[in-house]
Design a protein around this ligand. Structure first.
Ligand SMILES: NC(=O)c1ccc[n+]([C@@H]2O[C@H](COP(=O)([O-])OP(=O)(O)OC[C@H]3O[C@@H](n4cnc5c(N)ncnc54)[C@H](OP(=O)(O)O)[C@@H]3O)[C@@H](O)[C@H]2O)c1
Length: 401
């Protein structure tokens, strides 16, 4: 039984096998209950921990994935678990069983992009994952459908709500990084182990997905230049402010001269630029295209209900047999991936030797004071990322745009 036979526009109900009943899984269950018009019904839920209390009758749950994957009456699998390896097994088995799959698992998608592409080609089963990038913001379908041409030349995003919340507090002068992180944890915007967010890994996973759909380049997460926000200080925020900037963690992918570069870096964005006004836990993506000015999409990037709204939209799209066509990849243009691009940066450290060993092309400002020394100048992205200064936790380095 295939999804197209079962669910296209003939009004047949979608029977969902749901994996995961945590923040997003429960959000989805609630959102589906409130949208009866979709005629989508959760048939079974697979979770992991038998001892956890559940908010639904226990008969809804199973701990055996085979009960969903082997059930021919279930035509849609929604994968919302927090384990990337188990998620890949579930998603690939479901696609091979002829089921349509919806997922929010950016880590699994970014790390296994090529494998997932191959399985989709081999099986013809649809695999949608709008919720994996910027939660409720419909960016992937936008790139697939509206920017399926070669007008797009740049994507810049605030794609992680935790770091944006922390940087908003630090930029507002409400204290240093540690206090802002503690407050994000208290309010539920940061995990108890925030490494994936604050070190920029989460943003890297999303950047991989954006670069694939935006430019047709499939990059391994480890090849994206990454720096997190853990060393940002009130001094950096004050310098940024004095020069007319706000500090954001920016995911960026750019196409120039047939080559794509991509990074996740703390960034001094101009106070008057649209990204500067995106505060707290909000996410945003700014799209740059030939013949049009920058366009900004803003919305909630995380949380049960906002993320579930994107999952719901994917489920609804399965009704008309929607699938990603990976148009930029299919066009076969596959631009080269290169990190050999000029970049303007702000680098601060109490160690002069670290600042001096950055391979500067030009220096615009060199500031030395007992409070902190910094340099603003230009360098080359791949040379910068190979430098000891870039990897050191005794520096703070931000792109300047
Ligand atoms: N939270 C957000 O705002 C957000 C936003 C965008 C994307 N996402 C993505 O959405 C996914 C789910 O996130 P979440 O925040 O909802 O996670 P979560 O609250 O930690 O819930 C995870 C769920 O997965 C289940 N699970 C873990 N391993 C499993 C396995 N091997 N088999 C079956 N079930 C398993 C857990 O089962 P138990 O209940 O038995 O422990 C739990 O119900 C992740 O990929 C995340 O990156 C989350």
């Amino acid at each position: 039984m295939t999804l197209a036979n079962n669910t296209s526009t003939d009004g047949t109900a979608l029977r969902i096998g749901l994996f995961g009943f945590g923040c997003v899984g429960q959000g989805l269950y609630d959102v589906l209950r409130r949208t009866p018009g979709l005629r989508a019904q959760v048939a079974r839920i697979c979770v992991k921990d038998r001892s956890k209390p559940r908010t639904l009758p226990l008969g809804m749950f199973t701990y055996d994935r085979g009960e969903i994957l082997g059930d021919d009456t279930i035509n849609v699998v929604v994968e919302l678990i927090d384990d990337a390896n188990a998620a890949f097994d579930i998603v690939s088995s479901a696609l091979r069983a002829g089921k349509a799959v919806v997922s929010a698992n950016k880590r699994m998608i970014a790390e296994r992009f090529d494998d997932l592409l191959a399985i989709q080609n081999e099986t013809g089963s649809p695999f949608l994952y709008e919720a994996s990038v910027c939660g409720s913001i419909p960016i992937i379908r936008n790139l697939e459908e509206y920017y399926d041409n070669d007008l797009l030349d740049g994507l810049e995003g605030i794609v992680n709500g935790t770091t944006n919340f922390i940087l908003t507090r630090v930029s507002d002068g409400e204290g240093a990084y540690e206090g802002a992180l503690a407050s994000a944890q208290r309010l539920g915007f940061a995990e108890s182990d925030p490494t994936l967010d604050v070190e920029g890994y989460d943003a890297v996973f999303k950047t991989v997905i954006l670069a694939a759909h935006g430019f047709g380049v499939v990059v391994k997460p480890g090849n994206i230049v990454r720096r997190g926000i853990t060393t940002v200080s009130s001094f950096d925020a004050a310098v940024a402010k004095r020069h007319g900037y706000t500090i954001k963690l920016v995911s960026s992918a750019r196409l120039a001269d047939g080559e794509v570069s991509a990074s996740v870096l703390p960034t001094f964005v101009r106070d008057e630029s649209p990204l500067a006004s995106v505060r707290d836990e909000y996410n945003a993506v700014s799209l740059h295209a030939a013949f049009s000015d920058a366009q900004l999409m803003v919305g909630k990037g995380a949380g049960g209900h906002p993320t579930a709204s994107a999952v719901l939209s994917d489920i609804a799209a399965l009704r008309y047999a929607y699938r990603y066509e990976y148009k930029k990849i299919a066009q076969g243009l596959r631009p080269r991936f290169s990190q050999r691009v000029p970049i303007k940066i702000y680098a601060r450290s109490s160690r002069r030797d670290l600042l001096e060993q950055i391979p500067w092309s030009t220096i615009e400002i060199e500031h030395r004071s007992p409070d902190g020394s910094y340099v603003i100048g230009t360098t080359v992205l791949d040379e910068l990322s190979a430098s000891e200064a870039f990897r050191s936790d005794e520096t703070f380095i931000a792109k300047v745009v």
